[in-house]
Design a protein around this ligand. Structure first.
Ligand SMILES: *[C@@H]1O[C@H](CO)[C@@H](O)[C@H](O)[C@H]1NC(C)=O
Ligand SMILES: *[C@@H]1O[C@H](CO)[C@@H](O)[C@H](O)[C@H]1NC(C)=O
Ligand SMILES: *[C@@H]1O[C@H](CO)[C@@H](O)[C@H](O)[C@H]1NC(C)=O
Ligand SMILES: *[C@@H]1O[C@H](CO)[C@@H](O)[C@H](O)[C@H]1NC(C)=O
Ligand SMILES: *[C@@H]1O[C@H](CO)[C@@H](O)[C@H](O)[C@H]1NC(C)=O
Ligand SMILES: *[C@@H]1O[C@H](CO)[C@@H](O)[C@H](O)[C@H]1NC(C)=O
Ligand SMILES: *[C@@H]1O[C@H](CO)[C@@H](O)[C@H](O)[C@H]1NC(C)=O
Length: 350
């Protein structure tokens, strides 16, 4: 009897022990660790997940309790990589990246003519910060051109200061009377060299020749040095067009010389014209014609409206063309009719 009771009791005990459920290992969460790691958990036991360094939890639950059913509740936790802040800008350079999250890296580079000062690459670290510090792009410098001592060639910087950077320019000069052959200005290039360095040479020009209908002022028969200049003049009634001076150029040639433009005779025997705003008789006042560049206006008649209008014509290097509407008057018509210059001006004329 007693022993039976014992057996029943033992059976009941062992039965109840068999009925108590346990949880197995909780589900793994990517990039997370759990505080208590074992293979069996009792009902009511709690585990807590922690995201690994460099990862942050989403707003899912981090603590879970083993349920009486022997199951863990639905796991809602996600561990996401930290995002490092956007960097830059990098003046005169660029930052290359595909991703800004933990463990990704970015590259720094500079434009041509700029040198990178600092690290070429940086990693997004577990603390959500970039390794190292932002580098700098510094302009390439060009050393002053190496010229011999007492050189006939000298230079000056176009910007103040004693250092030349990428794209800065310098201007060269030769000691007179030497001529500069080559490019007067040089640019500091991306490779740290100057684009070009000119030379100084003796240059002479032959005795200049004269110009048609004009003359050279005070010219001596000799060779001329670079940058010497001579002046030109024109014969009376001719007009100088172009630069008055010509310069001995570094090619050994004279710069463009002026030309002398001739006067115009007025191709009408008798006419009253407008010249410098005044009425003039061609046969008396303008016997010598007009100079190149000047203008005379002829009077033409409008028969229908019996009025007169003026047509200006220029003198172009000895050529003056009468306007088609101008009629030279014969002896009788000048007696019988009014000259167009005495008629009333047409109203629609500007
Ligand atoms: C950074 O540079 C490395 C080495 O040149 C290259 O393999 C990598 O693809 C670059 N990364 C980016 C984001 O451009
Ligand atoms: C440029 O000039 C400054 C002061 O004018 C001087 O301190 C510096 O050493 C000079 N640098 C060079 C490279 O000559
Ligand atoms: C002189 O060099 C500069 C660059 O420094 C260039 O821009 C310019 O065109 C050159 N001039 C001539 C006449 O070659
Ligand atoms: C710079 O010029 C020097 C002398 O002319 C030359 O030897 C050198 O190769 C040049 N450097 C570059 C990067 O072109
Ligand atoms: C050429 O001469 C003029 C004066 O006639 C002077 O102003 C100029 O600087 C000279 N140019 C050169 C390159 O020597
Ligand atoms: C003078 O200029 C011409 C073309 O304008 C050229 O052919 C000639 O070589 C130049 N003379 C000199 C000495 O450079
Ligand atoms: C002037 O006329 C002549 C002959 O008619 C002609 O050859 C010349 O080109 C003209 N000049 C101008 C500047 O029109």
């Amino acid at each position: 009897m007693y022993s039976l009771a014992l057996v029943v009791c033992a059976v009941a005990l062992s039965h109840s022990a068999l009925a108590v459920k346990v949880c197995s290992r909780p589900p793994q969460v990517l990039f997370a660790t759990i505080d208590v790691d074992k293979s069996v958990y009792e009902v009511g036991e709690e585990v807590e997940y922690t995201c690994r360094p460099g990862f942050v939890p989403n707003n899912g639950q981090r603590k879970y309790t083993c349920l009486p059913t022997g199951k863990w509740p639905l796991n809602t936790l996600l561990c996401l990589p930290k995002r490092c802040p956007t960097l830059g800008p990098l003046p005169h350079g660029k930052i290359d990246f595909v991703d800004l999250h933990y463990q990704s890296s970015i590259n720094f580079s500079c434009e041509p003519g700029y040198n990178l000062l600092g690290t070429r690459t940086s990693q997004c670290m577990a603390d959500g910060k970039w390794s190292g510090s932002l580098p700098q792009c510094q302009p390439v410098t060009c050393a002053p051109p190496s010229l011999p001592e007492f050189s006939v060639l000298s230079f000056r910087r176009s910007k103040p200061g004693n250092v030349s950077h990428f794209l800065d320019t310098i201007t060269f000069e030769c000691v007179p009377p030497l001529a500069l052959i080559g490019n007067e200005t040089a640019t500091c290039m991306a490779n740290g060299n100057w684009s070009s360095i000119p030379e100084c040479k003796v240059v002479t020009c032959p005795t200049p020749t004269g110009i048609e209908n004009g003359f050279l002022e005070f010219v001596v028969r000799r060779t001329y040095h670079y940058n010497e200049s001579v002046s030109f003049g024109c014969q009376p009634s001719y007009v100088l067009e172009g630069p008055k001076h010509s310069r001995c150029e570094n090619t050994g040639n004279w710069s463009t010389k002026p030309t002398c433009k001739g006067p115009c005779k007025i191709p009408a025997k008798k006419a009253v014209v407008l010249y410098n705003g005044e009425k003039k008789r061609v046969q008396n006042d303008l016997k010598d014609g007009i100079q190149h560049g000047e203008t005379v206006s002829f009077f033409c008649k409008n028969k229908e409206k019996s009025c007169a209008y003026t047509v200006p014509v220029p003198c172009v290097d000895g050529n003056l063309t009468l306007p088609a509407c101008f009629k030279e008057r014969g002896f009788f018509s000048s007696l019988m009719k009014k000259d167009p210059s005495d008629m009333k001006p047409c109203e629609d004329q500007e």
